[in-house]
Design a protein around this ligand. Structure first.
Ligand code: DX5
Ligand code: ZN
Length: 232
């Protein structure tokens, strides 16, 4: 379950921006000092228009790596397939606030399984809508694009949402330990600001796998995040 956190920020490269057909071989070359987590975008063609992979693919991939799994479920009614993802014992299992009528029950089930419980929020959902559930979350994922595709442009409004959420968590009993994750349009240009705003788990798809050398790109992102935090 442990993940590296040498500069206080965990980088979670999103593999949908890479070649999924060769990932079983490619994953062994990832630098564990920069690939703190593997971000796995599960899309069902229903909650989001895109379709990716499910627990079978993730299980096969996990047999080739010890990098902890950061599973982001973009599926309708995740309560119906939760067990299959919990069996993979990920570092974190994240559901979407907008995908279910029973977020609280699902978060409790995830925690009971000994897995970090994550709750993700789309850009169009007021961040305050999650406040009453924050005590049930180990991680809150603030989307900085509409979910569904990699390679989209970062929405700057996410910065203020992260700051407000951080303020809320820090003012709540037990909330200081809840991590904020950000996902969508992250690059070396904005990762410092995102870290400074309060995000400590940062997803990057295109910025890592769109580069000629993903390891180098991941190391540069981590460095830029650390620089951004030092600039506080
Ligand atoms: C978007 C996904 C993201 C995406 C990130 O729906 O949840 O994880 O892969 O890719 P970039 O960093 O390219 O926006
Ligand atoms: Zn994601």
């Amino acid at each position: 379950m442990p993940a590296n956190s040498d500069n206080g920020v965990l980088l979670s490269p999103s593999i949908i921006a890479s070649d999924l057909s060769t990932m079983g071989r490619d994953v062994s070359a990832f630098d564990p000092a920069a690939f703190d987590l593997l971000h796995l975008d599960v899309m069902d063609g229903n909650f989001v228009p895109n379709l990716t992979f499910g627990p079978g693919y993730i299980r096969a991939l996990a047999s080739h790596t010890s990098i902890p799994l950061d599973i982001h479920l973009m599926i309708e009614r995740p309560e119906l397939s939760l067990e299959a993802y919990l069996e993979l014992v990920p570092w974190c299992l994240t559901i979407h606030y907008e995908s279910t009528r029973f977020p609280s029950r699902i978060l409790q089930t995830i925690r009971k399984a000994g897995v970090r419980a994550g709750l993700s929020v789309n850009p169009a959902t007021p961040i305050e809508a999650l406040y009453d559930l924050s005590g049930e979350c180990d991680l809150i994922l603030v989307m900085s694009v509409d979910p569904g595709f990699y390679g989209q442009a970062f929405m700057p409004a996410a910065l203020d949402r992260i700051r407000r959420l951080r303020g809320h968590l820090d003012s709540t009993a037990g909330g200081a330990g809840t991590l904020i994750q950000v996902d969508g349009g992250i690059s070396v240009k904005n990762i410092g600001e995102v870290a400074r705003a309060g995000a400590r788990v940062i997803v990057a798809g295109n910025a890592v796998f769109g580069a000629d050398d993903p390891n180098r790109a991941a190391r540069e992102l981590k460095r830029a995040a650390a620089d951004g935090m030092r600039a506080v």
